[in-house]
Unconditional design. Structure first.
Length: 224
């Protein structure tokens, strides 16, 4: 890992320069955008390896940028919020952000989280072979899913959550464990975030043989 391009999106010049200083020192290349519209144009023109995205942006806010990017891409996103507000974090995660930091943040922590997310999302880190569970097929390398040979389109975190459950089939995982395994960190809003993604999976994977079961008071498991 090294030399990847990180897009930092913030309307505060000091935040961009602080992030640039530490990311470039760690070997990353840094591009910047000062508003949401510019960020979307840059992602379309030449996608970075990861985007650090402030929520409070002119033109197009960070929530809308995240929503539009996630609708067509698995680009990793770390969101920045000026408020230590669980609602901001929950909404951002439900829109598909991979992680969050609250301003003011430690720039060394930003670098550490960038590296951790890139390790998790690197193709080399994916399980090479397809997973077959009854009429459900999961292809980690291609990030594709089929039920009864019909393709099912999942968002990035929905796919990661399903694959995690499949890799631990018949084992109950708590919400905290799922947050750590899928999102890479524990978060006070994990109950709503995990539950929302589970509900989406159940809806999109209707008719699959394995069942995503709720174990009340504990968590979830993919039962065969």
């Amino acid at each position: 890992m090294g030399g990847e391009t990180i897009l930092v999106v913030d309307d505060e010049a000091n935040i961009i320069e602080l992030a640039r200083m530490y990311l470039e020192k760690d070997g990353f290349r840094v591009k910047e955008a000062r508003d949401g519209a510019q960020a979307l144009a840059m992602v379309d023109r030449q996608p970075p390896a990861l985007m650090v995205l402030d929520l409070m942006l002119p033109e197009v806010d960070g929530w809308e940028v995240c929503r539009r990017v996630r609708a067509r891409s698995d680009l990793p996103i770390i969101m920045l919020t000026a408020r230590d507000d669980d609602v901001d974090k929950i909404v951002g995660l439900e829109l598909g952000a991979d992680d969050y930091l609250t301003k003011p943040f430690n720039p060394r922590e930003l670098v550490a989280r960038v590296r951790a997310i890139l390790r998790r999302t690197s193709p080399r880190a994916k399980t090479p072979g397809p997973v077959h569970l009854d009429n459900l097929v999961i292809d980690p390398a291609g990030r594709q899913v089929w039920v009864n040979d019909n393709p099912v389109r999942l968002r990035a975190k929905e796919f990661d959550l399903l694959l995690t459950l499949a890799e631990h089939k018949n084992i109950v995982l708590s919400r905290e464990q799922l947050m750590d395994l899928v999102w890479g960190f524990d978060f006070v809003g994990q109950s709503r975030t995990v539950d929302m993604h589970i509900a989406h999976l159940r809806s999109k994977l209707s008719g699959m043989g394995p069942a995503i079961e709720t174990v009340w008071g504990v968590g979830y498991k993919l039962a065969l």
